[in-house]
Design a protein around this ligand. Structure first.
Ligand SMILES: [Zn+2]
Length: 448
């Protein structure tokens, strides 16, 4: 018997929908973020039901909200996390105004609908339902709604982890990014984020003789830099199979018809994976995503050299966005980059974040699979590695096992990747209701 037994789900989902609508209407575009009013809105809603939320501002206007519902302490706490900030919009490209939270065509439209105010609204609802049930939870339930994720989290989860670790420490953390349904060859999957890549941003510097633009110089700084970048763009760094991606590909292939069933498994063979991704994969976007899951990557992003057209500069630099697989280090990554570009250029590290990974065989994934089997029979849960980074990078420093699970049942025609940061971000209303219940059920089984 769970403590959500008597919940009237249609009312609970309608309540969650109202909160989501209101949350989208707070314009929390980062920069500047300005998350405080949204954090206060949540605190207000929690207080109305007798909970005791705290607002922790990391800077003026940068509000974080943390709220704990005490349990019996028989099990360690569970953290629900969502970020309140959103990425900018190009308003003219939207079908409905991006901060209107318009309900139309079966969706709620707005920036933050899936990234990730829906999780904030769902977590709020679960907290309220748990409190109203009066049940004795075996774990403390912690709800954090944080600022600044889209800019790295220094003002949000990072700030909280550094300054208020005791308010957050938990066994499990549920947040970005996963629990969205995805259909491949007629089979529905629910990827759950188990791991995310780290970063190693570097600056490459090439030097050469300066000179007049009228005299050719094949050894000039700009040309040396360009040659190095060309190699980085065309030669892939070595493949590293991580436990998460092995499980991901094996499970995916097991539930796919031929030839997908064979091709997906062969991606684990470094001698074949490049050929498969380049020649056999029908969808180039999917191919590059798989590439990022199997290898460290190094993408040149910022280039600088020269001031005048007729002067050959003596220095040319490129900033490179390096991404590291779990198990990789700054040193191993730099060695791979050196092997590609040679010894000529100077490499400086600008910024680094360690990759994180939970156990792809953690029992929580079986619990999630059992719950999904009940709500969406035949669907398969797969552990996933995300090429970007989320607040999990901060929380995992506290030893929290982070899983990306902010569930939504998408329609087969919804392109999940295009919704994230894209124009016309929206969430299917029935899929959102599905998510509210699924999240509540998972909290229920974890806390009973
Ligand atoms: Zn996000």
């Amino acid at each position: 018997m769970g403590f959500f037994e008597g919940v009237k789900w249609d009312l609970a989902c309608a309540e969650a929908e109202r909160h989501l609508t209101r949350l989208i209407q707070f314009k929390t575009v980062n920069p500047p973020g300005d998350e405080l009013p949204a954090a206060e809105y949540l605190a207000e809603a929690l207080r109305r039901d007798g909970l005791e939320p705290e607002i922790i501002a990391s800077a003026p206007g940068r509000g974080n909200m943390v709220c704990r519902l005490k349990g019996t302490g028989e099990k360690p706490p569970l953290l629900l996390n969502g970020h309140l900030d959103v990425v900018p919009v190009e308003e003219s490209q939207w079908k409905y105004p991006p901060f209107s939270a318009t309900k139309a065509e079966g969706y709620i439209w707005g920036r933050g609908a899936v990234d990730m105010k829906h999780m904030v609204a769902m977590s709020l609802t679960v907290m309220l339902l748990a409190k109203r049930s009066g049940a004795k939870l075996k774990r403390d339930l912690i709800f954090a709604a944080v600022a600044d994720e889209e800019a790295g989290g220094a003002m949000g989860a990072g700030f909280l982890v550094q300054n208020h670790p005791d308010k957050l420490k938990a066994e499990y953390g549920l947040g970005e990014m996963g629990g969205f349904s995805m259909t491949m060859a007629g089979q529905t999957f629910y990827p759950v984020q188990v791991a995310e890549k780290g970063i190693c941003w570097v600056r490459l510097t090439a030097t050469g003789e300066p000179g007049h633009g009228s005299i050719p110089n094949p050894e000039s700084a700009p040309i040396k830099l360009a040659c190095a970048l060309r190699k980085l763009g065309h030669l892939k760094l070595p493949q590293h199979n991580t436990p998460v991606v092995e499980t991901f590909l094996r499970r995916l292939s097991k539930h796919q018809p031929f030839p997908n069933s064979v091709v997906l498994k062969l991606l684990l063979k470094p001698s074949l994976s490049s050929f498969i991704l380049e020649k056999l994969f029908p969808d180039p976007a999917l191919a590059t995503t798989f590439w990022a899951m199997l290898r460290n990557t190094a993408n040149p992003t910022v280039l600088r050299a020269g001031e005048k057209t007729n002067v050959i500069p003596s220095v040319a630099t490129a900033e490179v966005d390096g991404r590291l697989l779990p198990g990789q280090t700054k040193e191993s990554f730099l060695a791979e980059v050196r092997a590609v570009i040679g010894d000529d250029l100077k490499i400086e590290v600008l910024n680094e974040l360690t990759p994180t990974s939970a156990d792809p065989n953690d029992p929580i994934l079986d619990l999630i699979a059992q719950l999904i089997e009940k709500r969406d029979p035949g669907a398969v849960v797969i552990p996933n590695l995300v090429p970007g980074f989320t607040d999990a990078t901060h929380y995992s420093k506290l030893g929290i096992k982070c899983f990306g699970f902010s569930p939504v049942k998408l329609n087969p025609e919804d392109n999940f990747k295009a919704l994230f940061h894209g124009h016309n971000e929206r969430i299917p209303i029935t899929g959102f209701h599905f998510g509210v219940r699924l999240l509540a059920e998972l909290v229920e089984v974890l806390a009973t």
